[in-house]
Design a binder for this molecule. Structure first.
Ligand code: ADP
Ligand code: GLC
Length: 487
């Protein structure tokens, strides 16, 4: 039973801003089902402490780091046999709201200190210095918030093996040289082949330089980040580490996202009994004030940020509204996208429903109730929403990048028998609109539409295969650490 410490700054349902949280719950669970002994490490944000408290939590250890007293609080991932440790340190993590930013959308000024401490706690556990009577053979870190952990383990020859997963290379944890000094990091780390990045401290480089293996969340994105266009200046380093870099496609939690028994839906349906999907649509339209029925309903759920292609979406909406399409939109993010969306919803009250904020139940109802699900992302490391919509018989229209390219197949490329959605390749709003128009044409052909829905719903989006891949990766590292000739 290989012991794995899974380190993440978000875990659903304790704290979530995006897909990282979903993955950090369902991947450890899938690994456990394969026989791995996985424990998760998460900062003790108030929402996480509360959820943990409600399902039973106890203090397991107390350690002192960087002048802070840290309690390690043990709980279980709700509904799963996975142990979760919360880094309870109120001066650094005891803040309501977003884990990374204040109410004004500004980063917390002490983020570098917060996530350095988080990594140091992980390193203590990894080296069996936290008094937990458990230590891992593999430490699996995720995104920049845990990326210093492999740096702290590097000096120890007997350290566990390390994996670093990139969920989004656009977020790197960049700080000033002064912060580097104030954090007390060893001066030898201030080199371009270590943590220095164009005169700044880069947390993510810690994971990219010092880990035994690097993964990202789709094979497509693994290729893209090695190019200047999507490498954010790190493509050279990633090409250098190519032998240790791989892309493993995310799965989804197929119990939470299951149209046959989704508790957020009043009506349930499946691949061979799709009739009730219509009722889901009618309920959604009624509850969102969209009407009259019969229009094609297009959905969007996601963070309102540049990555998600909101500018292209805002450009294609007016002509589609003129044609009678309806939109169900849910998201929160930057004001530059919220404002024009609000204007559209005021101008077209019975055709555009806009919900600003985070609403898990509505996300499920939009996924079930729409005809088309739109994901014009400029880049997308994996994307979970297209897999949710495929499973719910809702046809995705996506930009052919990253994980979207790996999961959505267009009839123009594969023929209708192997297709499950519509893709556009050229990065502009005109090709996005053209893909939606092809989808609207197909929607008129009941048989072809049904075929796409069935193909999508027949797909295997579970974690099983991907968890097996992670398992192989872990075993490869362990073998290599035992016999360095294997490197
Ligand atoms: P990313 O991690 O880049 O935001 P993903 O597609 O991987 O994109 O995951 C996003 C996750 O967050 C999905 O589970 C999606 O349903 C959820 N989500 C995003 N915004 C909202 C929102 N406003 N309300 C409810 N769920 C949301
Ligand atoms: C990131 C990416 C998203 C991916 C998620 C989970 O937030 O933006 O594409 O699905 O991480 O890996």
């Amino acid at each position: 039973m290989t012991r794995v410490l899974f380190v993440s700054s978000e875990v659903y349902p304790l704290v979530k801003t995006g897909g990282l949280a979903d993955v950090s719950a369902s991947l450890p669970e899938a690994l456990c089902r394969l026989g791995y002994d996985v424990n998760i490490l998460l900062p003790g944000y108030p929402s996480a402490m509360e959820t943990a408290g409600a399902s039973g939590a106890s203090r397991k250890a107390r350690i002192s780091i960087d002048g802070y007293t840290v309690n390690l609080v043990e709980t279980r991932l709700p509904g799963a046999a996975v142990t979760l440790w919360l880094v309870d340190c109120p001066p650094l993590f005891g803040r309501e709201g977003n884990p990374y930013q204040n109410d004004q959308g500004e980063d917390w000024p002490d983020n570098a200190w917060r996530f350095k401490l988080f990594a140091r706690v992980g390193a203590k556990i990894a080296m069996d210095q936290a008094g937990l009577s458990w230590h891992p053979e593999i430490v699996h870190c995720n995104d920049w918030q845990s990326a210093l952990l492999p740096v702290f383990l590097e000096p120890y020859p007997e350290r566990p093996g390390t994996v670093f997963t990139i969920h989004n290379l656009a977020y790197q944890g960049l700080f000033s040289r002064k912060t580097f000094e104030d954090l007390g990091l060893d001066e030898s780390l201030w080199r371009f082949e270590k943590l220095e990045f164009h005169g700044r401290l880069s947390f993510i480089k810690g994971g990219l330089v010092f880990s035994d293996r690097i993964t990202t969340v789709s094979p497509g994105y693994a290729e893209e980040i090695q190019t200047p266009a999507l490498g954010y200046g790190l493509d050279g380093l990633l090409r250098y580490r190519r032998p240790q870099l791989s892309g493993i496609l995310n799965g989804i939690d197929t119990r939470t996202w299951n149209p046959e028994e989704d508790p957020h839906l009043d009506n349930h349906y499946g691949r061979d009994h799709l009739k009730n999907k219509r009722l889901c649509q009618a309920n959604l339209q009624r509850s969102l004030g969209l009407g009259p029925n019969g229009a094609v309903l297009l959905g969007f759920v996601g963070r309102l940020v540049e990555q998600k292609g909101l500018d292209w979406l805002l450009t294609v909406m007016p002509p589609l509204l003129e044609r009678g399409c309806q939109f169900a939109m849910l998201g929160s993010g930057e004001r530059r996208y919220e404002e024009p969306l609000k204007e559209l919803s005021l101008k077209w009250p019975d055709r555009v429903s806009l919900t600003l904020g985070y609403d898990e139940a509505l996300a499920h109802r939009i996924t079930a109730g729409c005809d088309l699900f739109l994901m014009p992302s400029r880049f997308e490391p994996c994307g979970l929403n297209q897999m949710y919509s495929l499973r719910y018989g809702t046809i995705p229209v996506v930009h052919s990048v990253g994980g979207l390219r790996d999961t959505v197949f267009d009839p123009a490329d594969t023929g209708i028998d192997n297709a499950n959605g519509f893709c556009f390749k050229s990065p502009d709003s005109a090709s996005f609109l053209a893909a939606i128009e092809r989808a609207l044409d197909c929607h008129k052909n009941r048989k072809a539409w049904r075929r796409l829905q069935e193909n999508g719903m027949a797909g295997d989006y579970s974690w099983k295969q991907s968890a097996l891949h992670y398992g192989e990766l872990y075993q490869g590292i362990l073998a290599e650490r035992q016999d360095p000739n294997l490197k």
